[in-house]
Design a protein around this ligand. Structure first.
Ligand SMILES: *Cc1c(COP(=O)(O)O)cnc(C)c1O
Length: 390
């Protein structure tokens, strides 16, 4: 297969035999998912594509370039350093900073042509003081997330005040309604409507705001109603479920993070009296009798891996079979090779992805590790070289 050949060529160039781990990113999945999302939101709605959290382990720069090629209307960034790197590659793309700077960071944003999110009055003041020409800002409203933003009930007066500041141009107002399952849908719809009413009230007082945005992935997939003209999307674009899979159908999406792989660097055949140390979380080790061959991959905590915290066994794949993970340590993980005859150093091990008829998904890791998919990806982010398929 052409793509397999391309992967092995890149892998040979990028992956060091001293730590043979790599991530396979399917850039073509971004095209596919973008088409699916566009179909859901309609053609008149602006699409703000998120590249925060290191583009969820998929390489900020490559993903940013692809979203730009695909016609994203703006990119939403979480990190200043990443935004600066993207700016160098995409001089004309709007880069929205998703907040979380001190006011002192604002001049740096402006210097690099990054659109600041204003989520407190201090930030608006910093823009007004440091801008030497009319400067576009986006204002964040807190519709229940309790993180950053002006609380909904104070937003109207705050936005009016900010709009009157020298050199501050309110280009957009947005919110991120907390919403991951159906039980939250009524609440999310109510907050979305309140947000839209607030924007409408500003408009009727003569302050029209060009761009308004309330829906993210769950709002789109569950069909929340708004009259905003933009959405900000991450999960769906990366082929990640933004809600429990029994509540919505994410099957038309393709995961952008196609695989995380490693190679066996050590094999320990069975012998009488063999024991294997047990590490679960931060608790102590206790060697337990073990009969069978075991193997080691150079993929541990430092690579963003984590042991199962559920009662279930975590698995990796080898030769198209599920292989139990026995321990995860700081640099290495030990796997159970009992059912694999004659294991060899150098054999490929799949941590996420497909091998033969078996697949380990991000959902599996998320369940075993007891954390959300974004957290699983953020931990593994930028630790291993990436190879790309189109
Ligand atoms: C990440 C993010 C989004 C998009 O999140 P989804 O994964 O699409 O739900 C939207 N708005 C803000 C402020 C975000 O941080």
């Amino acid at each position: 297969m052409g793509s397999e050949k391309r992967i092995s060529t890149q892998r040979d160039l990028l992956v060091s035999p001293t730590r043979p781990n790599w991530v396979e990113v399917d850039l073509g999945a971004l095209d596919h998912n973008m088409t699916v999302v566009r179909r859901m939101i309609g053609s008149n709605v602006r699409l703000h594509a998120c590249i925060k959290s290191g583009a969820y382990g998929c390489d900020v720069l490559e993903v940013a370039k692809r979203f730009s090629d695909l016609g994203a209307d703006a990119l939403c960034c979480g990190s200043f350093d990443e935004a600066v790197m993207v700016r160098a590659a995409l001089p004309n793309m709007q880069l929205i900073m998703f907040g979380a700077t001190l006011p002192e960071g604002i001049p740096l944003y402006l210097q690099h042509g990054l659109t600041p999110t204003i989520h407190n009055i201090e930030l608006a003041g910093a823009v007004s003081v440091s801008a030497d020409k009319p400067t576009k800002v986006h204002i964040k409203v807190d519709a229940g997330g309790g993180r950053i933003g002006f609380p909904l009930h104070q937003a109207k007066s705050a936005i009016s005040e900010i709009a009157s500041m020298k050199n501050v141009v309110v280009e957009a107002v947005y919110t991120h309604v907390p919403f991951t399952d159906l039980s939250g849908k009524d609440f999310a719809q109510q907050k979305t409507t309140e947000f839209c009413d607030m924007v409408e009230a500003l408009r009727s007082e003569g302050l029209g705001i060009p761009v308004t945005q309330a829906r993210a992935s769950s709002g789109v997939i569950f069909g929340l109603q708004d009259n905003c003209n933009a959405v900000a999307i991450s999960s769906l674009l990366y082929g990640k479920a933004s809600a429990p899979r029994d509540l919505a159908d994410f099957s038309s999406l393709r995961p952008a993070l196609r695989a995380v792989k490693s190679q066996l660097i050590h094999v320990l055949p069975d012998f009488p009296g063999k024991t294997v140390g047990r590490t679960t979380g931060v608790h102590g080790r206790q060697a337990a009798p073990f009969s069978g061959a075991t193997g080691v991959i150079p993929f541990g905590w430092r690579d963003g891996y984590a042991p199962s915290t559920s009662r279930q066994t975590a698995y990796v794949l080898m030769r198209g079979k599920r292989v139990p993970v026995l321990t995860v340590n700081s640099e290495l993980s030990v796997i159970d090779l009992t059912d694999l005859p004659d294991p060899r150093i150098g054999e490929q091990v799949t941590i996420v992805g497909t091998d033969g008829d078996e697949t380990i998904t991000l959902d599996d890791l998320s369940e075993w590790q007891g954390s959300g998919q974004s957290a699983v990806l953020a931990r593994m982010n930028n630790r291993s070289p990436k190879v790309f398929v189109n």
